[in-house]
Design a protein around this ligand. Structure first.
Ligand code: GRF
Length: 212
């Protein structure tokens, strides 16, 4: 059974997709041990509580230095000895020590087709604002392993979503979530939990040789 810790910052719809995926059997061999938020009082923690999952807040505001926050976050995560850490809308750059300790065991969901519209400054609605400014006709989402870079780790899965005339950042964000994020992230966790993928030479390969 893969022990999963989910890190969140806000609404937690991706967390909900994982919870629902486990309940419905779309994700097997995995269990969420804890949900950790960097913000207090967020909907994500309500979702965790409603599902009977322990929820915690580790806020940078409670620590004098970034280093102290990083240590607190890492030690909270380690309490659960996770096999996999899922960044499900976690808007904090994670400590390098965590990246190294959990190499190829941290996954992130990003709401664009990496390497487009990613990197420093591309988070949350800003991604969709820039997609609309640029006028691309296709966007999407990417699930990837986390390395030291920003949105640069090995890509696990991607799904394209059409941009439509009249889209606002909010409308587009919702479509990307519904058509891509909420499908890709649970599927990636299921693949990891069932040993279907591995990282070889910095790229993700499917051990079954099949398609997603
Ligand atoms: C998602 O779009 C995710 O890709 C991005 O932040 C958003 C979080 O949404 N990194 P939610 O908290 O899962 O609802």
């Amino acid at each position: 059974m893969l022990k999963v810790v989910v890190l969140v910052s806000g609404g937690g719809t991706n967390l909900q997709a994982i919870i629902d995926g486990m309940a419905a059997g779309r994700i097997t061999n995995a269990r969420i041990e804890a949900v950790i938020s960097n913000n207090r009082g967020v909907k994500s923690l309500e979702r965790a509580a409603a599902a009977g999952i322990p929820g915690f807040c580790v806020s940078p505001k409670d620590y004098e230095t970034r280093e102290a926050f990083h240590e607190a976050l890492l030690s909270k995560v380690e309490e659960f000895a996770p096999d996999l850490i899922v960044l499900a809308g976690f808007l904090v750059r994670i400590p390098e020590a965590m990246v190294h300790r959990y190499a190829n065991r941290i996954v992130n969901i990003h709401p664009s087709l990496i390497p487009s519209f990613c990197g420093v400054g591309y988070y949350g609605l800003k991604v969709h604002e820039r997609v609309l400014e640029r006028g691309v006709k296709v966007t999407g989402a990417t699930v990837h392993f986390v390395n030291e870079g920003m949105d640069e780790g090995p890509i696990i899965a991607q799904k394209a979503v059409y941009v439509e005339d009249g889209d606002t950042p909010e409308i587009l964000q919702r479509r990307v979530m519904e058509q891509a994020e909420w499908i890709l992230l649970p599927a990636a966790i299921d693949d990891i939990a069932n040993g279907r993928i591995e990282v070889q030479d910095g790229r993700v390969v499917r051990k079954d040789g099949g398609k997603e």
